[in-house]
Design a protein around this ligand. Structure first.
Ligand SMILES: Cc1ncc(COP(=O)(O)O)c(C=O)c1O
Length: 390
């Protein structure tokens, strides 16, 4: 659990480090990578040991007998989230973007509207558009520095052509942990407009002290007949490259429909993902996640204090995720100017706000899943890049 250790990821086919030059013009030799959402940490030793065991055995055949994997998921959801999952309700996909694509295929037709509260994780819109469906943006309201859903406005935006809502819970970017009341309002909204509710809860374990995530299945059990829960161990344990996600569906009719899609597409799991998840969802994994959340909260405090000291810059107070959402509008600079200062002057690669949809123009998103010393260095560079504002 040495989160302070610097692990050089350059030259390892890391998207985050080995593509930053291409994407942002920031050299990995001089720059700091703070874009794509994976962390610069190794997973806990229970996960490393399980993967090592599979490698040492050395025969990479098809995976079967997934009872232990399903049991581990049920244990985790009950113990960490107060959610009783039936092991027979779990499907495995190649990650959650894949799961969103499969949901679109199963429950919508080309041309149908899919509702997003924006700004939101950029791959949702990309996947919806690539599938020939229409993104219907409901802009989040910014109240007292935090995002809230405006259901009156969302009601007014519905045309009757919408078939699905993809919720990000907790929210990326901005890090909101939605309250029970907000979650129930989302469920009511879906019932009013007859939408399938896909609740992407990939960030559910990365919750800062003082906040508590509530699974949609627990907050709004009445919506089970339209609810599709998406979860994964990938953000929590830094396993994104193993591409393993879970689709959990309580309703038998929806489950049958989703099973048909998986069969039609020939989707079956990758053994490394299953080994990793089975090991991660354990008491040893839980202890590691507790330590991780405390560490990430420390990173967040260092980053926010440093960024908020720059006049006109505001880092949104995260309740969850390690993805800081920073508003540069108060600097009076246009996005080209503040982005150039971050990339060219500070040599930092951060996600551009507009890719997250309406409301993102004045923002950059910074990944804080890195050793504390790297965050401190990033803050020092950013303060230097905006020194003339002091
Ligand atoms: C809300 C959300 N869903 C899904 C993903 C990606 O999931 P996967 O790597 O399993 O496709 C991310 C990654 O940042 C995310 O933030």
């Amino acid at each position: 659990m040495n989160f302070d250790q610097i692990i050089d990821r350059r030259g390892t086919h890391s998207m985050k480090w080995d593509m930053m030059q291409d994407r942002y013009g920031v050299s990995p030799d001089t720059g700091i990578s703070m874009w794509v959402a994976d962390m610069d940490f190794r997973p806990p030793s229970c996960v490393q040991d399980a993967l090592q065991k599979a490698v040492d055995h050395g025969v990479y055949g098809y995976f079967g007998d997934d009872d232990a994997y399903r049991a581990a998921i049920c244990w985790w959801m009950a113990n960490r989230h107060g959610w009783q999952v039936d092991p027979a309700h779990i499907f495995t996909t190649h990650g959650l973007v894949n799961a969103v694509g499969l949901c679109l295929h199963t429950w919508t037709q080309p041309g149908d509207g899919v509702v997003l509260f924006t700004p939101v994780y950029h791959a949702f819109a990309r996947t919806i558009q690539a599938a020939g469906r229409k993104v219907v943006e409901c802009p989040l309201a910014l109240n007292d520095g935090r995002y809230e859903m405006d259901f009156d406005e969302a009601d007014a935006l519905m045309t009757g052509q919408e078939r699905m809502l993809v919720l990000c819970s907790p929210h990326n970017p901005g890090g909101r942990v939605w309250t029970a009341q907000e979650l129930r309002k989302v469920a009511d909204f879906c019932a009013r407009h007859d939408l399938i509710l896909v609740s992407d809860e990939i960030h559910h374990d990365l919750v800062m002290p003082g906040s508590r995530h509530l699974p949609m299945a627990v907050a709004a059990p009445d919506c089970a007949d339209r609810l599709v829960m998406l979860t994964a161990a990938s953000k929590t344990f830094n396993l994104a490259g193993t591409h393993c996600g879970n689709v959990i569906i309580a309703d038998a009719r929806l489950r049958g429909q989703f099973a048909t899609t998986l069969a039609a597409m020939g989707i079956s799991p990758n053994s490394f993902g299953l080994h990793a998840v089975t090991a991660a969802y354990s008491p040893a994994g839980a202890e590691w996640v507790d330590a991780l959340c405390t560490y990430l909260d420390g990173n967040r405090q260092v980053f926010d204090a440093g960024m908020n000291a720059i006049p006109g810059v505001r880092s949104m107070a995260l309740q969850s995720t390690y993805l800081a959402w920073v508003d540069f509008s108060g600097t009076g600079m246009d996005p080209q100017e503040f982005t150039a200062r971050v990339e060219r002057d500070a040599q930092i690669a951060a996600n551009h706000g507009p890719t997250f949809g309406t409301g993102g123009t004045a923002y950059l998103r910074f990944n804080l899943g890195a050793p504390r010393s790297v965050i401190e260095q990033a803050v020092a560079r950013l303060q230097a890049a905006f020194r003339d504002l002091q």
